[in-house]
Design a protein around this ligand. Sequence first.
Ligand code: MGD
Ligand code: MGD
Ligand code: MO
Length: 773
Amino acid sequence: MTSQIHIRHYQGPAGGWGSVHSLLRNAVRSRARLSTIDALLHQNKPKGFACVSCAWAKPAHPHPAEFCENGAKATFWELTTRRATPEFFAAHTVSELQKWDDYSLEAAGRLTHPMRYDHLLDIYEPVSWESAFEEIGRELKGLRESEPKKVVFYASGRASLEASYMYQLLARLYGNNNLPDSSNMCHETTSVALPEVIGQPVGTVRLDDFEHADAIFFFGQNTGSNSPRMLHQLQEAARRGCTIVTFNPLKERGLERFTNPQNPVEMLTGGETRISHRYYQVKAGGDIAAVLGMCKSLFEREAASGGILDHAFIAEHCHGFDAFRAFVEEQSWGVLEKEAGLTRDEMEEAAAVYGRANAVMAVYGMGLTQHRLGVDSVQMLVNLLLLRGNIGKPGAGICPVRGHSNVQGQRTVGIAEKANLVPLERLAELYGFDPPREDGMTTVDVCRGILDGEVRAFIGLGGNFLRAVPDTGPMEEAWPRMRLTVQVATKLNRGHLFNGDVAYLLPCLGRLERDEQATGAQVVTTEDSTACFHASKGRYQPAAKHLLSEPKIIAEIAKAVLPPNPLVPWDEWVADYGKVRDAIEATWPETFQDFNSRMWTPGGFEKPLPARKREWKTETGKANFKIPKALSASFDSGTQQDVLRLITLRSNDQFNTTVYGYRDRFRGIEGTRMVIFLNPADMARFGIAEGADVTVETVSTDNVMRSISGLRAVPYDVPQGCCAAYYPECNVLVPLWQHAEKSKVPAAKSVPVRIAAAGEGKDGVNLGRSQVS
Ligand SMILES: Nc1nc2c(c(=O)[nH]1)N[C@H]1C(S)=C(S)[C@@H](COP(=O)(O)OP(=O)(O)OC[C@H]3O[C@@H](n4cnc5c(=O)[nH]c(N)nc54)[C@H](O)[C@@H]3O)O[C@H]1N2
Ligand SMILES: Nc1nc2c(c(=O)[nH]1)N[C@H]1C(S)=C(S)[C@@H](COP(=O)(O)OP(=O)(O)OC[C@H]3O[C@@H](n4cnc5c(=O)[nH]c(N)nc54)[C@H](O)[C@@H]3O)O[C@H]1N2
Ligand SMILES: [Mo]
């Protein structure tokens, strides 16, 4: 950790020498194995492994080095030589570890032994796998007899298709559909929004569409930090003359300009490519209004001179057009300007770019999905695309950028709390049981259940649930009231430091490691953001000899809990993951036909996407125009002038709750994460000096005081009335009940806050834990 905080304007492009320096720094700080360089050369390659960082598509003809700065960081930290051994746990009580920050916990290194929490000694103690499975089995069996619906099976989006399939089957055989995953905090909004309007839960864009797009519109997705490999496609598109337009409250460097670190000429000459031709700093939650403004302008131009709308497409393929047009025409520019935080000229200018382009792609991320009206925001973007037939033709389409490297795939193979998304009849037939038919719990439901004492056991297949969810304070307090908590993980995190009566921390292999089972080295598969499936083969020696694979751990828990069922061959599946793929194929024959041979297809094999072919699996059989419920996706602050919209987001030096360092290069922050980015006019209005130490509190009517102190005020180019700070530190401020209306994704991009107090700037860094009172 650095003891100085530096805040300075970063002049460089995304990529470039900055990314090379960052890579080298992380190689040293993570204490990665020497073999990591070799590892990077196999990352995202047809016979190599799928990166453990983001879910961006993996091309059929990859670059010699198909990795990015942040993917490499994830690899370094996974192949670290540091180990969190039983000696480590003996030396630190869990109460002591609760005082550590996220970075220090991650830096403890890879877990090596199965551990059980001893409440009396307040430490984790090593145990044998046999005794762990025996006790977990006993506890779960007991709960299954009395309260099978009170057990939760959470998955973070990293586990393979094979592990995920086994996990969902375990939950359903156990007796519930309580299968939330990280997607419930992320793109569940997409999974709810898109089926209603285009009849499929995932995007329609494939990698080669980037070669044909005339314009690409970005909404609330920070490519440079969170899916940097996409910058290659964007750079090529921009050079070809494709116009790139961004809507984002913050000026994100990766969307401004990029130097390809793998291009020696660019690196040596300082060459860089401008990425966005237009950059609109929309207000947080202002996208519905901004897109409506674009639509209004398109209708006006159509009325004036025609030639703008794709009438043939609308007539043949769409439903609800007339009502949508009437709604758009009713809107007044004044109100749209206020809600979007953009001028009429800006919205008309964006509409003109859209109207000129033959093929348009709309890309989006958490800036749309994590809002109260996130579903409406996504559907509004689809409305825009439909006006000119921009779905189902080359170079066009909707492109949600998924987060975790297999989060989309987990849903595809049945990790879903919504029963109707899963072919339960097929499962019933294949495995001779009566699967539970009612919906299970979402992430928000699980949190409520834990707060109310309703949830009795939590099994976590990866992730850091407790740190990723809203209302950190009350959640940490309630968590230990559970009877059983089991975490399957590669690294120690804060979520492992709050424990039920019986608590286990089970270490597993990572995806980069060799996974030897009875029939030899195993291969796993994942699905990327463009709905392509890839094989991934681990190459490296496991971090410790006691690690088990995720499929093995799931199978052992299943065998310890469930009565024997000859139709569910847990041991055979573990011996040969190819047999799990056969079972996946048997469950979804259309999607996974010839799974075991096609998984090696360079670039992945494609999941059928009906909307790409203009087949609409919606209730109307058409693509639906949808009228948004309101003009702002955010809360309504009424006349309260001092309420700001807080955006919680990621730095360039983290993967979700995993903090790799204290350097957010693009935003010019170094040495701390305890900052708040404020508009200079708001700082002046509230009398906050640059570098001042501020306390921020949530504005709410539920009588719960949520606040965080010790955030340094950083003047930043963010719209007035909006501010931004890092997740997960600021999760203390996010109320659990503030979530997307239809998808229940926490509304982490628009928390109503007030600056409660501003003190003097302090020297050094304040990394104090956030307080909830
Ligand atoms: N290196 C790295 N890669 C990652 C991750 C990581 O933590 N680190 N996380 C992974 C995961 S799980 C996910 S889901 C993705 C997340 O990747 P992103 O979707 O990029 O998520 P955030 O970093 O939260 O940033 C969201 C962006 O939306 C903008 N924004 C906020 N509010 C609004 C709004 O109202 N309107 C608009 N138009 N923009 C807004 C913010 O300024 C920010 O640029 O990345 C994945 N990849
Ligand atoms: N305020 C706010 N909150 C947010 C967000 C936000 O933008 N703002 N973003 C939300 C989003 S998009 C997401 S996806 C969630 C993330 O929520 P999670 O997915 O629950 O959290 P991660 O931080 O990705 O989990 C990291 C942990 O996963 C474990 N792990 C890593 N690799 C493996 C593996 O191969 N196997 C196993 N078993 N374990 C592994 C390690 O122990 C590591 O510490 O957070 C959400 N929370
Ligand atoms: Mo995510």
